[in-house]
Design a protein around this ligand. Structure first.
Ligand code: FES
Length: 307
């Protein structure tokens, strides 16, 4: 029914999945770090992470991964237009952009590729994000499910440069070492992800390493000529969503995940709003269904919803 999007060549520079590091066996920015240094950093971080755990424990209980979340990654991703709560397609120009001086940023979440899989929408001012969408390649979305133990948005959230979460300060972050564009930070145990790095977003360059060992899967977005935004797949680089794996320990990324499917998942609703421009055939053939996914923001965002 669907185009096998993982196999296609993505037209346009900002849609080409980045296969850097696909076979390096050394995930997400840990390369080149001497073992002793890594060990020292780990020991140093262990105490701080324990402190973070204490503060996050209460909320973690209710956000731990439910058993029903163990589902296979889908084989062919749906194409879903991002809509507001009234079903109207959102415009990429309406997505707020975070800058190097932002002191806050709204949570903007949508589910994809299944109904219960949250993702975090992000736009960065003046940054071309690997595999980002839009004219400037500065719009992207990452899974809102932490790749450590599965805490979800809003416990996992993006914090721009001037918005260091309290829990991050507990593990040694301050105004000088919090990155220029901030991090996605998980308040459960302190996992960190750098949105400027696209699919290789796991961040281990701060005062304490991330307990997660896998980057957040990146949603591939597409912006059409009328500025509408679509989710068209998961980047095959780091595509596995940890909590959706069928096989325990199967968190290899790359070809392995492409043979899995969405059985047991809940599909997104079909789009039934006003007609939208036809999409390029390599993204969606005319006989494929068009789904929709609602973007819900926090109260300071453009589409206030349940966040
Ligand atoms: Fe442990 Fe996110 S679930 S750091």
């Amino acid at each position: 029914m669907h185009v096998r999007r993982q196999d296609m060549h993505w037209g346009g520079g900002n849609l080409l999945p980045d296969d850097e590091g696909k076979n390096d066996g050394n995930r997400d920015g840990n390369s080149g770090k001497p073992e002793d240094e890594t060990r020292r950093a780990f020991i140093k971080a262990a105490g701080a992470s324990a402190a973070a755990l204490i503060f996050g424990a209460l909320s973690f209980e209710s956000f731990a991964t439910p058993a029903t979340r163990y589902r296979p990654v889908m084989k062919n991703y749906p194409v879903a237009v991002l809509v507001d709560s009234s079903g109207k397609a959102i415009k990429s120009s309406a997505i707020p952009a975070a800058s190097e001086t932002s002191a806050s940023y709204p949570i903007m979440a949508f589910t994809y590729p299944l109904q219960d899989e949250p993702n975090i929408l992000i736009k960065l001012s003046g940054v071309s994000i690997p595999n980002g969408a839009g004219p400037e390649g500065n719009i992207t979305a990452f899974s809102g499910i932490c790749q450590h133990l599965g805490c979800i948005v809003p416990l996992l959230d993006y914090h721009p440069h001037n918005s260091i979460p309290f829990e991050a300060k507990l593990i040694g972050y301050n105004e000088t070492n919090w990155p220029r564009y901030g991090l996605l930070f998980c308040k459960c145990h302190g996992s960190q992800y750098d949105p400027t790095r696209g699919p290789h977003n796991l961040y281990n360059s701060g005062p304490a390493p991330s307990p997660a060992n896998h980057s957040l899967p990146q949603v591939l977005l597409y912006v059409d000529a009328e500025d509408n935004v679509y989710a068209i797949g998961m980047n095959p680089v780091n595509a596995v969503i940890r909590t959706h794996l069928e096989e325990p320990g199967g968190e290899e990324y790359g070809p392995e995940v492409m043979d899995e499917n969405l059985s047991g998942g809940t599909i997104l609703p079909l789009y039934n709003g006003p007609a939208l421009p036809p999409l390029p055939s390599e993204i969606k053939s005319p006989d494929e269904p068009l789904y929709m996914t609602i973007v819900a923001s926090s109260s300071n965002g453009p589409w206030p919803g349940s966040y």
